[in-house]
Design a protein around this ligand. Structure first.
Ligand SMILES: C[S@@+](CC[C@H](N)C(=O)[O-])C[C@H]1O[C@@H](n2cnc3c(N)ncnc32)[C@H](O)[C@@H]1O
Length: 258
C-alpha cells in the first residue's frame, strides 16, 4: 500500500489546501451537522470544517496510518468535535447518517469510482450532499509525458515502464458514475490549475514529496534522483512552461434523493 511521509506532507506548503478551502467556502453549513472528511490527510481542512460547525461533528477518515497519527496530534484540542477513523473509503464502517461529505485531493487515489460513489451514497442520509475536488481530465499529463520520455534514457532506466498509481477520470466518466450510484442534482466542472515554482529546488522537493513519491523508489541514489527531477522541471517536450506542474481539478457537488 502507498503510504505517506505524513510529517513532511504536513510541513509542505500545498496549493491543494487553498483549493480545498475554496470548496469548503461554497458549502452552506448550518453549524450542527455530521460531516465526513473523506481522505482527511493530516487534518488541516478537518480543523477548518470544525470552525464552521460549532455544534456539529466530523468523522475524518483516512487509510494511512501515518496520516491518522499526524492528524490525531494536530486535532487533539478538538477531541469532542472530531472523530478520526482509519479506514478505506471503499468500505466505511458506519451506517447511513452523514449530512455532508467533503473530500479534497483524494478521489484520484482510488481506482473504483463507482464503488467509491456507491459507498458515499450509502453512508449519506437521504437529502445529504457530497462536495469534492480531486485530480481529473488531463491532470499532470505533461509531467507524466516528460517522466516517460526521460526514463527512456540509460541514466534513468530504473524508472522505465512504471505504472502510475492515479485514476484521473474525465467529467463525463465521473458524472456517469455519480448517476449510476444514485446521486441527483449533479454539478460538475473541470478547471485548469497550473502551479509555477520559483526555482529548481522548490519544484524538485514538491514533486518528489507530494506527487512522485510512489514511483521514485527504484532510483539507486540521491544524485540520480536530483538529476532526474531537475531535468523533469526544466526540459520541455512540447513547449510546456518550465518548473510548472500542470494540475487540473474536477469539482463535484451532488445530492442523495430525499
Ligand atoms: C493528497 S492527500 C489529501 C489530504 C487532505 N484531504 C488535504 O487536502 O490535505 C490524499 C489522502 O487520501 C488518502 N487516501 C488515499 N486512498 C484512500 C482510501 N482508499 N481510503 C482512505 N483514504 C485514502 C491518503 O492516505 C491521503 O491522506
Amino acid at each position: 500500500m502507498i503510504d505517506w511521509d505524513a510529517k513532511e506532507y504536513g510541513r509542505l506548503n500545498r496549493p491543494h489546501l487553498n483549493w480545498g478551502q475554496s470548496v469548503l467556502s461554497q458549502i452552506d453549513f448550518r453549524g450542527n451537522e455530521l460531516v465526513l472528511d473523506a481522505g482527511c490527510g493530516v487534518g488541516n481542512l478537518t480543523i477548518n470544517i470544525a470552525s464552521q460547525i460549532p455544534n456539529g461533528h466530523i468523522i475524518a477518515v483516512d487509510k494511512s496510518k501515518s496520516m491518522i497519527t499526524e492528524a490525531s496530534s494536530k486535532t487533539s484540542h478538538l477531541r469532542t468535535q472530531i472523530s478520526l477513523l482509519r479506514a478505506d473509503l471503499l468500505y466505511i464502517p458506519i451506517q447511513e447518517c452523514v449530512d455532508t461529505i467533503f473530500s479534497n485531493a483524494t478521489f484520484h487515489w482510488i481506482h473504483d469510482h463507482f464503488q467509491l460513489f456507491s459507498e458515499m451514497y450509502r453512508i449519506l442520509r437521504p437529502g445529504g450532499t457530497i462536495s469534492a475536488q480531486f485530480g481529473g481530465g488531463p491532470n499532470i499529463k505533461s509531467l507524466i509525458n516528460r517522466f516517460c520520455q526521460l526514463s527512456k534514457e540509460p541514466e534513468f532506466e530504473y524508472l522505465a515502464e512504471q505504472s502510475f498509481p492515479w485514476n484521473f477520470r474525465s467529467i463525463e466518466e465521473t458524472k456517469s458514475c455519480l448517476i449510476r450510484a444514485g446521486f441527483i442534482e449533479i454539478q460538475i466542472s473541470l478547471v485548469e490549475a497550473p502551479v509555477v515554482f520559483p526555482d529548481v529546488s522548490s519544484y524538485s522537493h514538491f514533486v518528489e514529496k507530494i506527487i512522485l513519491f510512489p514511483v521514485l523508489g527504484n532510483v539507486p541514489d540521491d544524485e540520480t534522483q536530483r538529476a532526474f527531477l531537475t531535468r523533469l522541471g526544466t526540459e520541455s517536450l512540447n513547449g510546456e512552461k518550465p518548473l510548472t506542474v500542470d494540475y487540473w481539478r474536477i469539482n463535484i457537488l451532488a445530492r442523495k434523493p430525499k
